[in-house]
Design a protein. Sequence first.
Length: 310
Amino acid sequence: MSHSVVTGGAGFIGSAIVRALLAEGEPRVTVIDNLLSGKESNLDEVRDRVDLHVVDIRNYDAVAPLVKGAARVFHLAAIPSVPKSILDPIPSHDVNINGTFEVLRACADGKVGRVVYAASSSAYGDTEVLPKTEAMTPNPLSPYAAQKLMGEYYASVFTSCFGLETVALRYFNVYGPRQDPTSPYSGVISIFMKCLLEKSSPTLYGDGNQTRDFTYVEDVAELCLKASRAPGVSGRMCNAGNGNRYTLNEVWETLQRIEGVSIAANYGPPRAGDVRDSQADTTAAVALLGHAPRFSLEEGLRRTLAWYRG
Ligand code: UD2
């Protein structure tokens, strides 16, 4: 067997990786997802070429046979969200750390070719210097950031101690079609999309001048595939961002301009655990993995808006 597996493959980013794998020529893709936040409908267009297993990643006995002998495993299954991890840290600790450990253990035991792990830019926390480079000392500001960082460390330890090839990619605020806007923990751009179409005001936490390196989901999926086959990178961590940064105010203004509306935002207190500024240095990803993001923020926002409208 030399199949590809995506944990969290029914999620917004995971399903983009599934579609990218199939577009690249994989005949079928195995998806592991407990459908807690993932949705089978995210796989609608490719459902006949996906083997979906509704399995929790903490269940080693269920995961092990599914990853055994896989050429590559993309590990995205997680409980995301900085604020959710502060309000209720136990579930995300269990899934993001213990679940990741079980996936890595199953992959090592099953002689998987390579694991690509979805790490998070939140590991950097607040830094005086921008853009953020991989050599910077991590400074997690929330349980979620600490959990995702632990996953990176475990991936690298599985490489050095157990011979499992791994690459960790620190995602920088990924957005795009299929991101679920319905929870208070949803990504800010999905919330903006919902507000724009409902003609309601979003609430910006703080002054709205915090910055993010918003990265279009297809660019991240493409980079994940590159990371799964690049030579000489096992055990490494790389930024997976676009390389830009925009304030929330700028993003909301851009969306209003695209839509031709004027809707003032509301402002609320800053959010606990929030990072102030975030921007990826993409030098390593370009040099080591051939990263070549294709979507400007405006183009990504236009495509995302078109999807939500549909
Ligand atoms: C973090 C990580 C990101 C990813 C994500 C997963 C950083 C810099 N980024 O994203 O890489 O791992 O977690 O969940 O740590 N906001 C509002 N109004 C809203 C919602 C959000 O103002 O209705 C603000 C929020 O306070 C923050 C920004 O928008 O300053 C982005 O928030 P987010 O929840 O979309 O993502 P973030 O940055 O926590």
